[in-house]
Each structure stands twice: as C-alpha cells, then as structure tokens.
Design a protein around this ligand. Sequence first.
Ligand SMILES: NC(=O)c1ccc[n+]([C@@H]2O[C@H](COP(=O)([O-])OP(=O)(O)OC[C@H]3O[C@@H](n4cnc5c(N)ncnc54)[C@H](O)[C@@H]3O)[C@@H](O)[C@H]2O)c1
Length: 262
Amino acid sequence: MTGGAGGIGGATTRRLAAEGATVVVNDCDEARLAAVVADVAGAGGSAVPVPGDIRLSPTITTLADTAAAQADGRIDVLVNNVGDYRPNGRFLRTTEEDWASLHALNFEHVLRCTRAIAPAMVDRGSGSIVNVSTVEASRGIPANAVYSAYNAAVEAFTRSLAVELGGDGVRVNAIAPDLADTLQTPADTMLRGRDPALLRSWVPLGRFGHPEDYADVVLFLASDLSRFVTGHVIPVDGGTRAASGWYRRADGRGWTNLPDQP
Ligand SMILES: NC(=O)c1ccc[n+]([C@@H]2O[C@H](COP(=O)([O-])OP(=O)(O)OC[C@H]3O[C@@H](n4cnc5c(N)ncnc54)[C@H](O)[C@@H]3O)[C@@H](O)[C@H]2O)c1
C-alpha cells in the first residue's frame, strides 16, 4: 500500500486491516504513518510501516521485501495510491521539471512498484493490483493537462497489464476518484466562499466523498468479491463523470449545461 497514511490511502489501510489483512503500509510522512499503524493496532489489526518516498528505489525494495517477509510470504494485494495534481498551472507556463515531477509522482512509481511486487503474485498464480487514478484522466481539465495525461497512462497500463497477467491469475484494476475530502483537496478549501448548499448542483450525489467511500471500492477490487473483474477503472465520484457538464440549477428547478443560465 503506497501513501497509505493519508486520505484515501489511510482509509484503505484501516479498511483492509479491519478485514484481517496484514497491511504493509508505505508513506513519506513518518508521523502520519506512525499514527495509522497505531490506529490499526488499537483496533486489533496488523499494519507494518515502511517509511520513505515511493519515488526512490530503496523505498520500493524495502516495501517489496517487507511484504514478502510477512507470515507465509504471500502478497495478495498491491495498492498503488500515491499521486498528486501539483505542480499544476496553464500548460504553456509549465516547465520540463514540472512534467518530470508529475511523472514521478503519478506514474513511474506505479510501474516500479508493480515490477517489484507482481512477480511474486505471478509465481503463486493469484493476486490483485489496484491503482488509484482520477476522473481527470477521462475528461478535460484545464491547468492540469500533464497530471491528466499521466493518470491516463495509469489507466492504459491497468488495462494492458490486466490482459497480460490474466492468465497468471493476477487481476489489475483501478479506481478514479473525484472530490475526495482529503489532505490534498480538503472540502473546506474547495467550499471557501461558496454556498455549501450548491454542492447538490455540482455533484449528483450532493456531497464530497469521504475517504471511506473510496476505500470500500478498493476493498471490493482487492477481494474475491471482484474475482471476475479485471482491466477496469471504476469512477468513485458521486456521479460527476456521468453528469459531465450537466448541473442541477441553483434554484432547484431542473438542470442546465449552460454556465450563464441562472
Ligand atoms: N482528493 C481527491 O479528490 C482525488 C481526486 C482524484 C484522484 N485522487 C488520487 O487519490 C490518491 C490519494 O489522494 P488523497 O487525496 O488521498 O491524498 P492525501 O494527500 O490525502 O494523501 C496522500 C498520502 O500519500 C503520502 N505521499 C505523498 N507523496 C508520497 C511519496 N512520494 N511517497 C510516499 N508517500 C507519499 C502523503 O504523505 C499522504 O499521506 C492520489 O493518487 C490522488 O491523485 C484524489
């Protein structure tokens, strides 16, 4: 589990541990990591911390070795969760350093962690890999073109690897979140200066997502409940992608796709 101490990752660590998994959990924020490991232990579960930056090879090696050293050495699930939309901004003002940073944070570690951990799954003939993408991979988002592109790469990798590893008993899927109330995108910040009642205009389900909303879908993809599902990306977005441009009118009288319509 990468980035498993923060918002979606933290909820997923707790959820998987509550289901009885020993969660080998990486995060670069050591205090946050210690807190989630203590929470899991306090709830009677088991989590093993792997502090460090997942962009760095030694962290990936330690993550894979630590997972392989647990119990009978069986690694059932890999969750590639780390990602961030920053640095963002209008594409024509971005630099090659910005692109390299977004590549490292959103895509490269997904390849590297998968390369490090999937062989043990293939050898055993079973496993589930769950990648965390974003709805922005499948719709246009201004000022985030590079983030969007690297997450589209995560989704393309998910599909192709699923086809490649299906015969080895390894499933590969992804979730595509939107509007999660997390450290990265706190609802308070997104709502600052806005009428919270208008959430029902922007989001068909009328609220931000709680980290647990995403963790439950990761659990589904990680578990045998989804044993015949591979190569798919499940949007976990309260309906925003389905609405794609349609909004409930602020006065509650119907819907509009015209931004200047009252
Ligand atoms: N928040 C949203 O609305 C949203 C929307 C779409 C996609 N996502 C995706 O969901 C995933 C999780 O996002 P979140 O909102 O839960 O984020 P978050 O900021 O709440 O948590 C991220 C966690 O990852 C850790 N982390 C960051 N960089 C790391 C690194 N290099 N190495 C190891 N750990 C690192 C952080 O310390 C933190 O604990 C990301 O891939 C993000 O792109 C989130």
